[in-house]
Write a protein that binds this ligand. Structure first.
Ligand code: ADP
Ligand code: MG
Length: 319
């Protein structure tokens, strides 16, 4: 199977590769063409996944296909953007048709779930890696930036944190994972669900937002730095799932929730008066702290005393 047959069979022929919506021209020419509605800005983000670094060498292609796209699309959620499409630059050691078939099938399903179209890419031979570039649209001036947090705002997250980090020992083969709790954590690792609808609902309401990929403390430090404020996190308010608490124990679960990566949930700051309406609409919003003047991230105990440290994160967990 040559390069062009491979592209045609697994990618150009996929359901997600059909043109439509903002995609005026998809796979097959030198470039794809996107037509943006008047008054909208294009949101663009690229993510590279390398075998042995971002996922285990021998991982299931079926799972990888869905995870790769979910991780990339989560950046659109963090901006409050509506997805349009993505490109796939794929480097493969061999053209293994079973691997490609599984990978493409799951990629296609995730693309349908996120309303994303595959608009192009590149296919090369080499050690397994992939770069996905995602494109979305957002009304001009309404993208959720990291830089608008104001003292007095609430600090919120879009769900229970740390599940994917809790699954990592299983993914790496360091721990057995045959319980229901383990299965729940593994689902959160392999099938993160980008919070696209929540991001769009926060347009015009959240003052700053991002998707949590490197851990709550590290990512909150990005908002603090970009906004020139301090973010205070109440440790007891960090939402942790029953599955994580059961599988990892309370102390390890908290560490996963604060410092573990791969959550792909939104963290955002919100004026307090915007919260009730969003909760009434049923969005999964957890208030975990607030914004003050100052800098960096402070972790607070139940009495409001500082546990952690400033901008560089939570020293207790540094190895
Ligand atoms: P060029 O040589 O002009 O860069 P290619 O021969 O690499 O074009 O690709 C041909 C067409 O197939 C282009 O439209 C490109 O975007 C698309 N394409 C290549 N690889 C992939 C892939 N892995 N997934 C989706 N589309 C791809
Ligand atoms: Mg090319």
């Amino acid at each position: 199977m040559g390069e062009f047959e491979l592209i045609r069979r697994y990618f150009a022929a996929a359901a997600c590769a059909r043109a439509g919506g903002e995609v005026a021209l998809g796979i097959g020419d030198d470039c794809a063409l996107l037509a943006l509605p008047a008054g909208e800005q294009l949101a663009v983000s690229a993510d590279t996944l390398v075998a042995g670094v971002h996922f285990p060498d021998l991982c299931d292609p079926y799972l990888l296909g869905q995870r790769a796209l979910a991780v990339s699309t989560s950046d659109l959620a963090g901006m409050g953007a509506t997805p349009i499409g993505f490109t796939l630059a794929l480097t493969l050691p061999t053209a293994d048709s079973r691997w490609l078939c599984e990978f493409a099938r799951r990629l296609d399903a995730m693309a349908a779930g996120c309303d994303m179209r595959l608009i192009g890419g590149d296919t090369t031979r080499g050690p397994l890696s992939m770069t996905l570039t995602v494109f979305g649209r957002v009304p001009a001036g309404q993208a959720l930036l990291r830089s608008g947090a104001q003292p007095g705002d609430l600090l919120c997250v879009g769900g229970a944190l740390g599940d994917a980090a809790g699954a990592l020992p299983i993914v790496l083969g360091e721990r057995e994972g045959d319980t229901a709790e383990a299965a729940a954590l593994l689902r959160r690792y392999w099938t993160p669900q980008p919070q696209l609808a929540l991001g769009q609902a926060l347009r015009g309401k959240a003052t700053a937002a991002l998707d949590i990929s490197d851990g709550l403390l590290a990512d909150c430090a990005h908002i603090a730095a970009a906004s020139g404020v301090s973010l205070c996190i109440e440790q007891s308010s960090v939402p942790l799932s029953k599955a994580l608490l059961g599988f990892a124990g309370a102390e390890q679960a908290l560490q996963c929730g604060l410092s573990g990566g791969d959550d792909y949930l939104l963290a955002f700051t919100l004026p307090a008066e915007a919260l009730p309406a969003l909760l009434d609409e049923g969005w999964p919003i957890h208030v975990i702290g607030h914004v003050t003047s100052g800098e960096g991230v402070q972790l607070l105990d139940a009495d409001g005393n500082t546990i952690g440290v400033g901008p560089r994160g939570y020293n207790h967990f540094e190895s």
